[in-house]
Ligand binder design. Structure first.
Ligand SMILES: [Fe+2]
Length: 316
C-alpha cells in the first residue's frame, strides 16, 4: 500500500460516556478497552482502523487540549525510524495504549495536523451502520503545503480535488403591458466556498478544507447558518482563526444515509441534518450536533457515490 494507513484516530470529548453510547449502541461498533498507564481507554474498531475516546484533558494528549479530533496515529513497526526516514522532528516519544511505542511529530511540520507514528494496535471491527472512517476534515489555509507533506514526503496518493461554491443568481425583469418582457440576468455572485483536496491514507481520506477566496467576504458576513456551503466556509474560517489549522471533524461512511440519520434522531441524538445533502466527491452527507458530546466534537456521515450518493438524486 502506498503511504501509510491510519491505525487509530484519537477523539477528545467532554462527555466520553455519550460518545461511547453513540459509537457502541447506535452505530453498533465493537468496543475494546485498551490499557494505558493504569487506566483503560475505549477503542472502537471501524473498517481497517479504530477510534479511541479520551477525556479531553487526558495527559496522553499533548496540549493544547480541547474537545474534538485530537490526533491521528499512523501504523509502523518502527515509529522513531519512520520519523527519521522522512526527516520529521519528533516532539515526544513514549509508550502508548497496549504498550505500543509511539512518536508525535512536531505539528508545524504536518501543517497543524497532529500526527503520530505508532506500533499498530489490533482492534477488531464489526460491520454496522457505519462501516469505515470515510475521511478526516482538516481546516487549513494552505492546501499545497499539506500535499507536499502527506503526498510528496509520506507518499500518500491524492484521490481528487474539488471546489465547492455557493452562488446567488439574480434576474431583473422589465415587463410592459405593451412592449412585452425583458429579462436581465446579473453576473452570478459567489457567497462563499471551499477548495478541497482529498488525500488517501489507508482506507480513509484526509479532506483539506481551505477558503475558496479569503478576500471574498469579511468572515463575519458569512453568517452562522448551518447546513450549506457558505455555512461550511464560515465554520472552517472560524476554526482556523481560533485554533489554527488542523484536524476539524471525522466522517463515517454509511451505506444508506437516509436510513442512518433518522435512526440516530430516533435514538435521541440531536442532528443538524436528518436527511442527506450533497457533499464532496458525489456523496451525500449529514451532520450530528456537537452538543450531544458536550460540544466541540464534530461528526458527520457520508454515503459515498459508490453506495448511491447524490448521483442521480434530485434536490429541489
Ligand atoms: Fe467532511
Amino acid at each position: 500500500m502506498p503511504g501509510y494507513a491510519m491505525n487509530y484516530l484519537a477523539l477528545a470529548a467532554r462527555d466520553v460516556e455519550a460518545v461511547c453510547r453513540f459509537l457502541g449502541d447506535s452505530l453498533e461498533l465493537e468496543r475494546k478497552d485498551v490499557p494505558l498507564e493504569g487506566r483503560t481507554i475505549p477503542f472502537f474498531g471501524i473498517g481497517k482502523s479504530a477510534v479511541a475516546i479520551f477525556e479531553f484533558d487526558d495527559p496522553y494528549l499533548e496540549e493544547p487540549r480541547f474537545p474534538g479530533v485530537h490526533h491521528m496515529a499512523l501504523g509502523t513497526d518502527d515509529p522513531a525510524g519512520t520519523a527519521a526516514k522522512h526527516g520529521l522532528t519528533v516532539a515526544e516519544s513514549g509508550i502508548g495504549p497496549d504498550g505500543k511505542r509511539f512518536v508525535s511529530i512536531e505539528k508545524s511540520e504536518t501543517v497543524g495536523i497532529r500526527t503520530r507514528f505508532i506500533e499498530p494496535l489490533d482492534i477488531p471491527a464489526a460491520d454496522g451502520p457505519a462501516y469505515k472512517i470515510d475521511h478526516l476534515g482538516i481546516a487549513t489555509d494552505d492546501n499545497d503545503a499539506t500535499v507536499r507533506v502527506f503526498t510528496g514526503n509520506l507518499g500518500c496518493p491524492i484521490d481528487s480535488t474539488q471546489t465547492d461554491v455557493e452562488i446567488r443568481n439574480v434576474t431583473e425583469s422589465f415587463i410592459s403591458d405593451k412592449y412585452g418582457a425583458v429579462y436581465h440576468a446579473r453576473p452570478p455572485e459567489i457567497l462563499g466556498g471551499l477548495r478541497d483536496v482529498f488525500i488517501t491514507i489507508g482506507d480513509c481520506e484526509l479532506e483539506m478544507l481551505m477558503d475558496y477566496d479569503p478576500t471574498l467576504k469579511p468572515k463575519e458576513q458569512l453568517g452562522e447558518e448551518e447546513g450549506n456551503t457558505k455555512g461550511d466556509q464560515s465554520a472552517i474560517a472560524k476554526l482556523v482563526a481560533r485554533r489554527g489549522p488542523g484536524l476539524a471533524h471525522v466522517a463515517f461512511a454509511t451505506r444508506d444515509i437516509d436510513a442512518t440519520l433518522p435512526k440516530l434522531a430516533a435514538d435521541g441524538w440531536r442532528m443538524i441534518d436528518v436527511e442527506g445533502r450533497p457533499g464532496g466527491r458525489g456523496s451525500l452527507i449529514g451532520f450530528v450536533h456537537p452538543s450531544n458530546f458536550g460540544g466541540g466534537l464534530l461528526i458527520h456521515f457520508v454515503e459515498p457515490q459508490a453506495d448511491g450518493g447524490f448521483a442521480g438524486k434530485k434536490f429541489g
